[in-house]
Design a binder for this molecule. Structure first.
Ligand code: AMP
Length: 190
């Protein structure tokens, strides 16, 4: 089973590259951001609660996100592997993922990090906000808050996966196809 984490700050291109990877490697996509937005559109209580955090650029509580990922995995027993996109974002989430994958008698195969500097990320997110309608992509102070959350809570996971020899960083600036090629090269060398 190939289980990969696509890692990086907001706007690094995780969603774009996940779409390409899942079709090439026949994987199931788990984007916690997409799942939370779907809950919000459906008007569920979970979605309404999550929106309080999303609109401020804060992380949704771990228990909510972990429960959602677990349900998703249990409802896709046929999956040949998963791409985790936007998850894990905290140490408790990474620990919970290890436990969940162990229950599936598998583990994380590789962590691919898209590396992009902050000025470029802000430009990309503001541009995306114009077409996506995502409120959290339209306001620069919310975007800066998301980076702060990333620095404080998510970036430490890079070291966690590096110490296991699983982290591979790729330059996330350039042509989509070139970045995709660099990601595939890491996967194919497993
Ligand atoms: P994304 O689409 O991945 O940029 O996520 C949008 C927002 O959803 C984030 O700013 C968080 O508020 C929330 N979110 C998504 N994934 C997670 C996660 N793994 N843990 C906590 N909050 C999350």
């Amino acid at each position: 089973m190939l289980n990969l984490i696509i890692f990086g700050p907001p706007g690094a291109g995780k969603g774009t590259q996940s779409e390409k990877l899942l079709s090439k490697y026949q994987l199931q996509h788990i984007s916690t951001g997409d799942l939370l937005r779907a809950e919000r559109s459906a008007g569920t209580e979970l979605g309404n609660q999550a929106n309080e955090y999303i609109s401020k650029g804060e992380l949704v509580p771990d228990t909510v996100v972990i429960g959602m990922v677990k349900n998703f995995m249990l409802s896709h027993p046929e999956a040949g592997g998963f791409i985790f996109d936007g998850f894990p974002r905290t140490t408790p989430q990474a620990d919970a993922l290890d436990v969940m994958l162990k229950e599936f008698q598998t583990g994380i195969s590789i962590v691919l990090g898209l590396e992009v500097d902050e000025d470029e990320l802000v430009k990309r997110l503001l541009l995306r906000g114009q077409s996506s309608g995502r409120a959290d992509d339209q306001d620069e102070s919310t975007i800066r808050n998301r980076f702060q959350e990333y620095q404080n809570k998510t970036l430490p996971l890079q070291g966690y996966y590096q110490s296991q020899g699983k982290y591979h960083g790729v330059n996330g600036i350039g042509e989509v196809e070139d970045i995709f090629g660099a990601l595939c090269a890491h996967i194919d060398s497993l």
